[in-house]
Write a protein that binds this ligand. Sequence first.
Ligand code: ACO
Length: 367
Amino acid sequence: MDLSSLAPNGLAGVIAFETHIAEPDVEGGRLRYRGTDIEDFMGNVHFEDVWSLLVRGDFNAPLGGNAELPELPTHGDVRIDVQSGIAALASAWKSHQIIDMSPDDVLSDLRKTSEALLALTARSARTCEGRTGGTTNEGNTAAERFLSQWRGEVNPRHAQAIDAYWMSAAEHGMNASTFTARVVASTGADVPACISSAVGSMSGPLHGGAPARVLWMLDEVEKADNAHTYVNNLLDSGNRLMGFGHPVYRAEDPRARFLRRAAKEVAAPRFEAALALEEAALQALQERKPDRVLATNVEFWAAVLLDFAQIPAEMFTPMFTCARVAGWSAHIREQIGLNKIIRPSARYVGTKDCALADVEGYAQLKK
Ligand code: ACO
């Protein structure tokens, strides 16, 4: 084994797998799930169908809404409820470990766990908001069922906004949480262990940025009434414009385009203000960084759309988790097919030949 080459910190640019699941087209600003452009989804399919496309490669078995949830403790924090709740499903369901399961049984556990993740998120959001009164599991789409479990009622346009957001955020190649899901799957652990680990990986603020900050900018633009002045003042003071630029895309983030269209279709009241802010931001960035493509990213229009659906900012990451469970499930299946544990190497650069007695604290142990 050649251990002479060291991968860059963070593994940026390292190709660890071949995948059939998604293809972010960096230069052209397109995103395809199993070869299908996400632009074609709106008005034709829903998130539950996209789950089937990503995980199975067809539309034949959409995600359902019949998750059976055991009684679980609540912690007053949706992320912790979901992460710990998913892990606890393994004992409640007496899940087998992937290594002992047939491919069909793994698929069945991925489906059950994905359905449970949506239901757990809705239930936890409901509890955290102190909502009382009846809840239902009714609706024609996963987003409608989610809202009825959370709020006890469904605003169809809110459901449409959530559906669009979930479809756009369902999969995006080899990010930190997807990598985590694959690492755990490669050990042969049970499906709830894979998914709850991915939830933990996604919970850090560096995964997906902070759409809440876009809303602060929008609030200020609405107050200032002149997007250009606001944007230029912000840049002059050394701040970045949230929702612009991308570590991967060197063209418009295709998810931004998709979600802009969705925000227009649901007639989000802040659409015009957001558009004015976006235009002013793009113009200022172009003027200041003419050699760089700094375009709108997914966070910008996701914030507008989720705000329209009355999703509080603290629920933005759990909503992202609901979407990305589709991508994680697809990657877990793909990883199992490789039948190989993920086990990179590290080059040791620490202290050599240190005597036991020279280790700090050893003398105290001997007293
Ligand atoms: N506002 C102002 N200036 C910016 C912005 C921005 N949004 N994005 C990049 N720049 C500037 C950088 O400061 C840099 O300037 P410099 O050369 O004078 O130092 C220059 O443009 C080039 O930056 P890049 O190399 O293209 O950007 P980088 O890869 O360093 O960062 C990042 C990408 C972190 C996304 C950045 O664009 C940013 O901070 N955006 C705002 C935060 C945001 O929207 N995050 C969500 C990203 S989407 C996602 O992660 C799924």
